[in-house]
Ligand binder design. Structure first.
Ligand SMILES: [Zn+2]
Length: 210
């Protein structure tokens, strides 16, 4: 699909959205949805909002909010902000049906090795992360760099008390990744990068004072 970055987007917003989409594209289920989505506008915010506007093309997404979930087997894990974006994209397909959106999210999580939740209500809390791909997997905190290469950060204790994530940066972990980020930013400047329209939620930022 044609790719466009909305003028005024910050480099962080452009990179974090593309990083999340590159990561989600490793899931065949998410790839299919993303590449068949059109006329969707993702509004990046940093005030904790993840929601879909059913009456417009907009999705509101906070790339720093990860979800702490309880799986059907009782284990607790942290699902990445990228998965939250997949959940909201699914609402474009399923409307307000949380069961269907959560089933979609569940399938994408399995394909990416992320934790799942027993049902929509099995959301325990929110964890602030720096990298939109950051999640727990097999007892470890992991994240992907801008190339989509996953790296292990540190062990995860799997308790409901843990509500702060270990620092990762947002993925430019090497000189090569930093160089790739610069390429993404340069392409964004000429409007070639974001898979889906992107603009900022400056009103919310200013209105809520965060
Ligand atoms: Zn939902």
């Amino acid at each position: 699909m044609p790719t466009t970055a909305v003028p005024g987007s910050t480099s962080y917003e452009v990179i974090t959205l593309n990083q999340a989409l590159n990561y989600l594209n490793k899931s065949p289920t998410a790839w299919n949805l993303i590449n068949n989505s059109s006329n969707v506008e993702i509004i990046v915010n940093n005030v904790g909002l993840n929601m879909v506007m059913t009456t417009s093309r907009e999705i509101v997404w906070d790339p720093s909010v990860a979800h702490q979930l309880r799986a059907a087997d009782g284990t607790i894990g942290i699902q990445s902000p990228a998965l939250a974006l997949a959940h909201e994209l699914a609402h474009k397909l399923y409307g307000n049906n949380e069961g269907q959106a959560t089933a979609f999210e569940h399938q994408v999580a399995i394909e990416l090795g992320e934790p799942t939740r027993a049902d929509y209500e099995s959301l325990l809390g929110y964890v602030t992360v720096q990298n939109a791909t950051q999640h727990t997997e097999n007892g470890q905190w992991v994240a992907s760099d801008i190339f989509g290469v996953e790296y292990v950060i540190c062990p995860y204790n799997g308790t409901v008390q843990e509500n702060t994530a270990p620092a990762t940066g947002w993925g430019a972990q090497s000189a090569a990744a930093a160089a790739a980020a610069a390429v993404v930013m340069a392409a964004a400047a000429v409007g070639e990068v974001a898979y889906i329209f992107l603009r900022t939620l400056r009103k919310a930022r200013h209105g809520l004072g965060t």
